[in-house]
Structures are given as structure tokens and as C-alpha cells.
Design a protein around this ligand. Structure first.
Ligand code: NAD
Length: 480
């Protein structure tokens, strides 16, 4: 806690102006404090990453892959501690915290295999005689990685694993709300003897994030977080004309057709809005219900929301924990007040259980008009709004009527229709008849206001690679 910044292979004490107070949201109480990195320490981290780049990018691919496999193995060894910390600092129920660790492990293993099997260069056939040409994939260079608090271990893994696999060196800035969990990546780097400067971690609030995103020494920045900060990060990238990946917010639709089994649909809908207490960029917070099933579905949803066990994640029977930060708790409660002012029909929730802790109950508003702020804005809590539709075309139009475009879920036993609707949705990922399962082999990222670029799969690796072409004249007499 006293030396929370991992810079150039050493743990350093913070020299910044901010103190980060780490909370247990189920109790609403602090349990750790750390001093943020100063802008000068961010400079040191970027300089260390720059100095380490020539060695890391020329390290044989098989050795880089081994490092990634070793990171995965060390994460497995630390599983119990990582699960416990995520339960305590994020308020995640045990099964959710366990899945996060599994996801991070799978990500490092996947990119170890992918980088080893990906051809490092490819010959290109030219129509013109007298020339040969080949491509080379090279690391983008020194990369800044800025992440939020809702899935800290996972979001960081989705950036660190492909960046390190590609041969980039990195400076990671975790969220000030969950700054402890990513320390594990620095500890593992230490144990593995990763060359100093390949992986650096600086903790802090907006000032530290801004010092990193505005730093002239980066070749690329990959950011996951809110749209407001994302647009500032993009502005900084524009100042240097350098690439940026943005994974931003969402207001995603869940479309239920009337041929569905209502009980099965309820299970998927509840998971889509109550997993991680709704603090998911991919929360399917706008539910579109076909007229024929609405009167059956809504009472069952109401019953399911009311039956969910909300409480301290240390209790085994708990389905949903608290919101992770007090600020998020205030924000969700503000939306309860807005819903009241707007006269929305509340079918469940909109309650704040007696303290301690930053809990809210799962909340259901039905027949919410398009004009409602709750229909339009990302709330980042367990708050579901519904509308009804008649035809497939109406469902598509309503789902696409959003400035966001992250994900969607379609539930229907007519698979042709479900696939057709999936094709028509303006989002980065669609689930058909399933819970929100994210596999490392598939892409992750949004369309429209939900971001720029893709993570995971080969696209996640490509985000950290630059294409170079080498073209050679094989015949000096060939006219140009
Ligand atoms: P946030 O934008 O407030 O913070 C994200 C990170 O940016 C934090 O590390 C923060 O310290 C840093 N930061 C803050 N101000 C900065 C600045 N001026 N310059 C540079 N960095 C700065 O977001 P949050 O509240 O931590 O996370 C919630 C948001 O993240 C939601 O909107 C959610 O949808 C989004 N999110 C998106 C995805 C995705 O994959 N699309 C995944 C998870 C979360």
C-alpha cells in the first residue's frame, strides 16, 4: 500500500497530490489508502517503457508467449486472494469474482497461443513483374492503458495480454476506486523477472490519467471508461495524431419475441441487468417486449426482481452485491428521483435498503417513453426500462434509436428471425438466446458512441500491431 506504483521494475511510493481511499462498498467503509503517482512519476514510467521497447519487441515470440502463459499460471495460483479482493473492493458475489479471474487467465493463455501461431510476415503477390513484397507485423510501440473499476482484473487483462504479446511496452493506469487488484500484474512481472520497464503501473485519479493520456512519449492509448473522459482522451490523442482505442458506455437493448419461453427469457433478462449490480457497459438496460408476451413477462420479471437476494457478497446466498462506489450509489439514486419526477411506472425496486453499504434494489420501470432520461442515458446500475413493440421492424428501429451501439440480446425460437435481427442491429456484439457470454476468441467493442476499435480475438492483437510493407525490386532494369 505504501509503494503502489510499479515503475521500471521497482515499487515506488506515490509523490502525487491525491490520496486514493479504497472502500468495502458492502460496509461503506475504507480499508486502504494510497498516495497517487505524480506527473513526474508518470514521466518516469513512460521513459522506462520507451527504454525497454527495443529489447521487448525483439524478444523471440516464443519467449513472449511463455511470459504470458506464466502470467496465466500465477493468476491461477493467486485465485483465492484475487477472488477475495474483488468481493471486498468491488462488492462482487463469489461466483462473479471467480469468473473474472477465469476470464483474465483465459485471456493471457489465448494471446500466448495466438502470437505463437500468427505468421509474423506474409508474402504479397504483385501483378507487376520485377518486384517482391512482404508485410511485417510490428508492435505499435509504447502504449498507455487506462481502465475503469467495474471489471478491473479483466479489463486490464484484455489490454495487457495482447499488448505484451505484440511486443509493446506499457504503462497501465488502474481506476482510483479499485487500485489494488491490478497490483497483482506488477507482482507477477516481478516474480517472472520481466525486463524492467516492459510493464509499468501508475495509480491515481483523473490527474494521473490525464498526465498519461497527454504524454508525448506514447505511441498509442487504449482507454476503457465513460464517454465524457473518452472524448478528452481522444482530444489528447488528436494533439499528437496518434491512434486511440476507446471502449465506452452503452444503453443496450434486449429484444424478446413472443415465441419465447417466458421463464427462460426472465433468467437472461435479469442476468443482463443485475450481473455486477448492473455496473456493466454491456448491461441490456432497455427491454423491448413483443406485445404478445408482455402481459405474461412483466409480472414474472417483477417477481424475479423482488426475489433477488441483495446483500453483502460474503453471504453465500447473495445474488447481487452493492454498487462499487458511493458516487455510483448517489448517481443511481438520482435516477430514482428523476423517474419519480417523470412519473414512470415502477414495478419493482427503486428502494435503498437500510445501511450500511451502498445497496440499491433491482428496479423495473415499464412503458418508459422515448423522451425519458432513463430510456436514453447510461445509468450503470440494476435499473431496467421496458417498452412494447408489435413488429420485427419496430423492434429493430427502437433498438437502433440510441447514440450508443455496444451490444444487444435477441430472444426468439425463430432462429432465422433472430439472425436477421442480429444483422440489422447497429452494435458491436449480439447474443441470441443466451446470457452475456464473452469468449476471448470473439471481438469486443462498440459502434456509434460506444467506442472505436475492438478488443479480444485477433482484432485485439491487431490493435497493438502496425503493418509494415517491404517491397524490393528484383530486376534493376525494371522501369518504375
Ligand atoms: P471514467 O471514465 O470515470 O474512468 C475511467 C478511467 O479514466 C479511470 O482510470 C479514471 O481515473 C481515468 N480518468 C478520469 N479522468 C481522466 C482524464 N481526464 N484523463 C485520463 N484519464 C482519466 O469511467 P468509470 O466510472 O471508471 O467507468 C464506468 C464507465 O466505463 C461506464 O461508462 C462504462 O460503460 C464504461 N465501460 C466500458 C467498457 C467497454 O468495454 N465498452 C467496459 C467497462 C466500462
Amino acid at each position: 500500500m505504501h509503494t503502489p506504483h510499479y515503475i521500471n521494475g521497482h515499487w515506488q511510493a506515490g509523490e502525487g497530490g491525491d490520496v486514493l481511499v479504497v472502500h468495502d462498498p458492502a460496509l461503506g467503509q475504507p480499508f486502504a489508502e494510497l498516495v497517487a503517482a505524480s506527473p513526474a512519476q508518470v514521466d518516469q514510467a513512460v521513459a522506462a517503457a520507451r527504454a525497454a521497447l527495443p529489447v521487448w519487441k525483439t524478444t523471440p515470440v516464443a519467449e513472449r508467449a511463455d511470459v504470458l502463459r506464466n502470467v496465466a499460471e500465477h493468476l491461477v495460483q493467486r485465485r483465492d486472494a484475487l477472488v477475495a479482493l474483488q468481493m471486498r473492493n468491488n462488492g462482487k458475489p463469489r461466483h462473479e469474482a471467480e469468473l473474472d479471474v477465469d476470464d483474465a487467465v483465459a485471456t493471457f493463455s489465448y494471446y500466448a497461443d495466438l502470437i505463437e501461431t500468427q505468421p509474423t510476415h506474409r508474402d504479397v503477390e504483385l501483378a507487376a513483374p520485377g518486384f517482391t513484397s512482404r508485410t511485417r507485423l510490428e508492435p505499435v510501440g509504447v502504449v498507455g492503458l487506462i481502465v475503469p473499476w467495474n471489471f478491473p482484473l479483466v479489463t486490464s487483462a484484455w489490454k495487457l495480454a495482447p499488448a505484451l504479446a505484440a511486443g509493446c511496452t506499457v504503462v497501465l493506469k488502474p481506476s482510483e476506486i479499485t487500485p489494488l487488484i491490478e497490483q497483482t500484474y506488477g507482482e507477477i512481472a516481478d516474480v517472472l523477472g520481466l525486463p524492467a520497464g516492459v510493464l509499468n503501473i501508475v495509480n491515481g485519479k483523473a490527474e494521473t490519467g490525464a498526465a498519461l493520456s497527454n504524454h508525448p512519449g506514447l505511441d498509442k492509448l487504449s482507454f476503457t471508461g465513460s464517454n465524457g473522459v473518452g472524448s478528452q482522451v481522444m482530444r489528447s490523442a488528436a494533439a499528437y495524431c496518434r491512434p486511440v482505442t476507446l471502449e465506452l458506455g452503452g444503453k443496450s437493448a434486449f429484444i424478446v419475441f413472443d415465441d419465447c419461453d417466458p421463464d427462460q427469457a426472465v433468467e437472461w433478462i435479469v442476468a443482463g441487468i443485475c450481473w455486477n449490480a448492473g455496473q456493466m457497459c454491456s448491461a441490456t438496460s432497455r427491454l423491448l417486449i413483443q406485445d404478445g408476451i408482455a402481459d405474461v413477462l412483466i409480472p414474472r420479471l417483477q417477481a424475479a426482481f423482488t426475489a433477488l437476494q441483495v446483500g453483502n457478497p460474503l453471504a453465500a446466498e447473495v445474488d447481487m452485491g452493492p454498487l462499487t462506489s458511493q458516487a455510483q450509489w448517489h448517481k443511481v439514486r438520482e435516477y430514482f428521483a428523476i423517474a419519480q419526477q417523470e412519473g414512470l411506472h415502477c414495478q419493482a425496486g427503486a428502494e435503498v435498503p437500510e445501511g450500511p453499504g451502498w445497496f440499491v434494489s433491482p428496479t423495473l420501470y415499464t412503458d418508459v417513453p422515448d423522451s425519458s432520461r432513463l430510456w436514453q442515458e447510461e445509468i450503470f446500475g440494476p435499473v431496467l426500462c421496458t417498452q412494447r413493440f408489435d413488429t420485427e421492424q419496430q423492434a429493430i428501429a427502437k433498438a437502433n434509436d440510441s447514440r450508443f451501439g455496444l451490444v444487444a440480446t435477441v430472444a426468439s425460437t425463430d432462429l432465422h428471425r433472430a439472425e436477421r435481427v442480429a444483422d440489422a442491429l447497429e452494435v458491436g456484439h449480439v447474443w441470441i438466446n443466451s446470457i452475456q457470454a464473452v469468449f476471448v476468441e470473439t471481438s469486443w467493442g462498440g459502434s456509434k458512441g460506444s467506442g472505436i476499435g475492438r478488443e479480444l480475438g485477433p482484432w485485439g492483437l491487431a490493435a497493438y500491431q502496425a503493418v509494415k510493407h517491404v517491397t524490393r525490386c528484383t530486376d534493376s532494369k525494371t522501369p518504375l
